[in-house]
Design a protein around this ligand. Structure first.
Ligand code: GLN
Ligand code: ZN
Length: 765
């Protein structure tokens, strides 16, 4: 019998109950016990739901108060010294202190910033980065996974505990420069894992799932050796407990032999991202080992095509026998919204194409049943699934011939500005007459409680469209006057009308649909609700032009038109899986291009197309970077190149690594790029110098993530530093990113000082 399994279920609760409880706890509104009760309710609800849906094993240990890497840090007692932890069990206070930083009062009060956070592989989930040093001494300091296993058992639920695997845990951590390399810590760490596995076995666990997604990356020799050491030691030390080695997010490739040669009881493969690896796997897998086939997409929202997937599972079962097959999602469902049933307002036709975590669990059960008992046993489910899938393929909602034609007819010329940068620069200088070191901002101004209230009132019908528009105009005017007053050179309208830079455009483009409760965890208690791109994308009418015209009508100075770029819109959405991402991106590129052209026609001389997410789309394997960068850069260029030479195109990026993709940034050919650099003290500019970046650059001179108001001298010093690396006539002066999370009390003095710093540089030359 093939087994129906899951690798992980969303832990936020169907209505973000965990977020609310955790935040109430932080605010002191509920106590520890109340928080723990909510957590237990979520866990138990998830288990029951999965068991009742027909899973043979449900995961436990996949729950987390904040993050699963942080749970592993706690388990291993890898608490950095600055949190004042003195051993024993890692308590909730220390746990949250690592996640959020701590400033406690009293004479031995702690003052320690949070641990670093970064993206979990190529998802939009962020994990806490473990810190290692030569002083790191691992010791079992949290029995969370064992407690949860027992909790499930007490409810009569057979759970398969999940842990981040020891090698992935070490590889994702960072060691202090002069200190040890993580693999050196392996032996010590394995002691903790051995202890945990023994306790799990004692508690009655039959299986344990160890997540080792690092196996899909380019690995060093040391890392590969670490895998062998780790898994040989674990199986030897804890006989009788079966290990499922879970890999996901990509194919194993050259690491496949390694994975299958480890003494584990089963290996999990992501067959959604990398279906092609099944054949090789079936040839490589040793006798007796089981295979977990990840056939239901754990990180997207589409209904699984049963016919296709049942076939895949049969292919595996024909070689291995049913009893060596586990049916599973491609990866943990952490990245998927919880329950489609909660979507009462969604268009019914579109809804039938979708499956969220709750539905995916049922899908796994149905597929497994079909494989074990024959298709007749699930005839009804298959019929409904076939109908939904057939409808999706042909629906008029999805397919728009005009868009398809237009996208197929994109030419190279459409992706090139009319003249090269040097020529454009000349006419732009004449048209704009900007001073040296021109000042600007990234787009948004503070989203005040008043702005949010007006938006909410408009949405609920308490305020009319006219009232709403009038309020937004007032905000725009306020922003324009303020910028004029302090002497900014290229103004922005402030983005008061936008809740979110992707949502705003998604709501105005065809081919997008939004959910009411489709939340997924982004980090800790923060959840996002990505739009779903279900069909061909096109723009029916201008999206931002009226606001831009209004803003420009208030001033003689140039006001930047502000748009979100095609790659960022793609990256921060759930994307249709029935055509390549590059094609969807190109359609968005064309829609943004229309907007750019309309802005120009309306008299807007400077247009910014934000691409903060372009780097996030990089494939996990380096040898596929070029292919991605090629289409991503082309889509940006397509969106930007419909305008005359006089029109100045800006782009903006905010992440901290440019070195490894500087050429691609160059190929984007934006007239001006602004980006985050202040925290690295301008060091990132080195890459631009080495590459001889020809266009103009605005390296951020202050960190907008902090409420701190920087001094003029600080910003001046940073600019001087920038001048040492980049020619002064290429430089712009701006903050690191948009200001929407800040308050006017911070923004006003900061920008005033920024302008003074720029003026100093102009004067001193
Ligand atoms: N224009 C956007 C803003 O200022 C850019 C945000 C971003 O880079 N994430 O808010
Ligand atoms: Zn930014």
């Amino acid at each position: 019998m093939a087994l129906a399994t899951n690798l992980g279920f969303p832990r936020i609760g169907p209505k973000r109950e965990l977020k609310k409880a955790v935040e109430s706890y932080w605010a002191g509104r509920i106590n520890r016990e109340e928080l723990m009760n909510t957590a237990a309710e979520i866990r138990q609800g998830n288990w029951k739901l999965q068991q009742e849906s027909g899973l043979d094993y449900v995961p436990c240990g996949d729950f987390s108060y904040y993050d699963h890497m942080l749970d592993t840090i706690a388990m291993a007692g890898a608490v950095p010294e600055r949190y004042g932890w003195s051993g024993g069990d890692v308590d909730l206070e220390t746990y949250f202190a690592m996640a959020r930083g701590i400033q406690s009062k009293g004479k031995d009060g702690l003052d320690a910033p949070a641990m670093e956070m970064t993206k979990w592989f190529d998802t939009n989930y962020h994990y806490i980065v473990p810190e290692f040093s030569s002083k790191t001494k691992f010791k079992l300091s949290s029995t969370k996974v064992i407690d949860e296993f027992k909790e499930a058992a007490s409810l009569g639920i057979k759970a398969r505990p999940v842990l981040v695997g020891p090698v992935t845990f070490l590889l994702l951590g960072k060691a202090h420069a002069d200190d040890v390399k993580p693999p050196a810590l392996l032996d010590d760490l394995l002691e903790v894992y051995v202890e945990v596995l023994k306790l799990l076995r004692e508690a009655g666990a039959e299986w344990v799932q160890l997540d080792e997604p690092c196996l899909v990356l380019d690995l060093t020799k040391e890392a590969r050796a670490a895998y062998r050491t780790a898994y040989e030691k674990l199986t030897k030390a804890v006989p009788g407990l079966k290990i499922l080695l879970a890999t996901y997010f990509d194919e194993l490739r050259e690491n496949m032999k390694l994975a299958f040669s480890l003494p584990v009881a089963a290996v999990h493969l992501d067959l959604v991202r990398a279906p092609q690896q099944l054949d090789a796997a079936l040839k490589t897998i040793p006798r007796k080992m089981a295979l977990s086939v990840g056939v239901v997409d754990g990180r997207n929202v589409w209904k699984t095509e049963f016919d296709k997937v049942i076939n895949t599972v049969h292919t595996a079962a024909d070689v291995l026998g049913n009893e060596r097959v586990m049916v599973a999602p491609s990866c943990s469902m952490l990245h998927s919204p919880v329950d489609l049933k909660a979507e009462k307002k969604m268009d019914g036709e579109i809804k039938q194409w979708l499956a969220f975590a709750t539905q995916k669990v049922s899908e796994i059960a149905v597929i497994t049943k079909a494989v074990n008992k024959g298709e007749a046993a699930v005839a009804e489910e298959l019929k409904a699934n076939r109908e939904a899938c057939a409808n999706r393929k042909t629906s008029r909602k999805i397919h728009n011939d005009a868009t398809k034609k237009r996208s197929a007819a994109v030419t190279d010329a459409m992706m090139n500005r009319k003249s090269p940068f040097a020529a454009r620069r000349k006419v732009q200088q004449e048209a704009l007459q900007l001073p040296a070191f021109p000042t600007t901002t990234i787009g948004s101004f503070p989203q005040t409680p008043e702005i949010r209230a007006i938006r909410a009132d408009f949405k609920s019908g308490k305020k009319s469209l006219d009232e709403y528009n009038a309020a937004m105009k007032k905000e725009i005017e306020y922003a324009i006057r303020f910028q004029e007053e302090i002497g900014i050179d290229v103004l922005v309208h402030g983005e008061a009308e936008r809740t979110d830079m992707v949502e705003y455009f998604g709501e105005r483009l065809n081919g997008f649909v939004f959910t009411t409760f489709g939340w997924v965890q982004s980090y800790g208690s923060r959840c996002v609700r990505p739009p779903i791109i279900f069909g061909d994308v096109f723009r029916e009418k201008p999206m931002t032009v009226e606001w831009a015209i209004y803003a420009q009508s208030l001033t003689k100075l140039p006001v930047k038109g502000m748009l979100t770029g095609p790659v960022t819109i793609l990256q921060w959405s759930f994307v249709r899986d029935d055509q390549p991402r590059s094609e969807t991106c190109r359609q968005i590129g064309l829609a943004i291009r229309d907007e750019v052209v309309d802005l120009e026609a309306a008299g807007i001389q400077v247009i910014q197309i934000d691409e903060p997410a372009i780097r996030e789309g990089l494939p996990l394997r380096k040898d596929r970077w070029n292919e991605y960068l090629e289409w991503a850069v082309n889509c940006f260029r397509l969106s930007a190149s419909g305008v005359r030479d006089e029109t100045q195109i800006h782009t903006h990026m905010c992440y901290s690594e440019f070195n490894d993709m500087i050429e691609a940034i160059g190929r984007m050919d934006a007239d001006v790029i602004s980006m985050e650099t202040s925290r690295s003290q301008m060091e990132l500019l080195q890459a631009f110098r080495d590459y001889k970046y020809p266009n103009e650059i605005g390296p951020g001179v202050y960190d907008i993530h902090s409420p701190r108001v920087p001094s003029e001298a600080e910003m001046e010093a940073l600019l001087r530093k920038a001048c040492e690396v980049i020619s002064a006539d290429q430089l712009w002066v701006n903050p690191d990113c948009g200001l929407k999370t800040r308050r006017w009390e911070e923004v006003k003095p900061s920008l005033q000082r920024m302008v003074s710093a720029a003026k100093k540089l102009r004067a001193k030359g």
